[in-house]
Ligand binder design. Structure first.
Ligand code: NDP
Length: 286
């Protein structure tokens, strides 16, 4: 019998809950299209098991993992190195195993910025208004500022979280940043070029929910984006479209961060069209 290699390269995601995480669909579609014998494992890892899971990942030689709730911050203590973005954001969604070292990166915000570029939009000199100040908002705020946005408005209910994100952006990027409280119905600043819902409002199964903002403030010239990708067209974007704004769904961000992970792990260019189609098919069939 000729020499044969039965060992696949392993990557995956650690989270809890994680069963509904669709990243494996797009990564495995990418591996198949690129002819790579790689597998993406979706693993439920409880908070108290994260240290063992990372030790296990080292032991079996996994090439990397994604981290999702509730591990993005906790994982940092088990890593050997952080990228600049992960250090500023203070959270890791992707670990890359390289030469026996685990490197933490954050591709959430980069995925968002790449989806804007795909749509032919530039951030240079733009005023960006972000609803929310959680993990996704932080990653997007920092990367938009690093990509050349002139100013970032943060609108959030929790003042402490909102003010902390403003400080993070102001201390680590050239952009101006300010915090606007969110009590009752929030007004959208008139100088907004790009408005982003970075809260979880509207996420399945709460598909009839949308952020409590003054929709009449949305002007036709604005680009309105949502991080929610399930449903693909949340009520927030439908209302923005009805106001004449251009809209960008969260699918592009998801696919692009998946593509960035693919490239960091394999060192090869990601077949993004194949990955996007696989994800779209998955949602259509669901
Ligand atoms: P976090 O829990 O870290 O943050 C949630 C944020 O939403 C907080 O700022 C919170 O405000 C705000 N929020 C929650 N409920 C409301 C409400 N009713 N009204 C106003 N604000 C509210 O979550 P993440 O940042 O990790 O995730 C947010 C969303 O981003 C999720 O839907 C997730 O699926 C999506 N996501 C999408 C990605 C993609 O690739 N498309 C990638 C990563 C995440 P407060 O601070 O006041 O409590």
């Amino acid at each position: 019998m000729a020499d044969k290699n039965y060992r696949a390269e392993l990557v995956g995601v650690f989270g809890d809950p994680v069963d509904g995480n669709p990243t494996g669909v797009l990564e495995e579609a990418g591996f198949a299209a690129a002819g790579l014998d790689w597998r993406y494992l979706t693993c439920r890892v409880a908070v108290e098991d994260l240290a063992d899971a990372i030790r296990g990942m080292r032991a079996v030689g996994m090439r990397g993992v994604n981290l999702t709730m509730p591990h993005k911050i906790e994982v940092i203590q088990y890593l050997d190195e952080l990228s600049e973005a992960a250090r500023i954001i203070g959270a890791v969604n992707t670990v890359i195993a390289r030469d026996g070292r685990l490197i933490g990166e954050n591709t959430d915000g980069k995925g968002f910025v790449r989806s804007l570029t795909d749509a032919g939009e530039s951030l240079t000199g733009k005023v960006v208004t972000i609803l929310g100040a959680g993990g996704a908002a932080k990653a997007i705020g920092v990367e938009c500022a690093l990509a050349g946005a002139a100013a970032i408005h943060i609108i959030n209910r929790n003042e402490g979280r909102g003010a902390e994100l403003v400080r993070t952006i102001a201390e680590n990027t050239p952009a101006r940043a300010d915090y606007l409280p969110w009590r009752g119905t929030a007004a959208i600043p008139a100088d907004t070029d790009i408005l982003i819902n970075a809260t979880c409002v509207g996420l399945f199964p709460d598909v009839d929910a949308c952020p409590d903002v003054r929709y009449e403030d949305i002007a036709p010239g604005m680009l309105v984006c949502d991080v929610v990708f399930n449903p693909a067209m949340p009520l927030f974007l439908k209302k923005a479209e009805a106001r004449g704004a251009r809209v960008l769904t969260g699918l592009g961000m998801l696919v692009n961060q998946g593509a960035l992970n693919f490239e960091l792990w394999t060192g090869e260019k990601a077949p993004r069209d194949v990955m996007y189609d696989a994800l779209k098919r998955e949602f259509e069939e669901a």
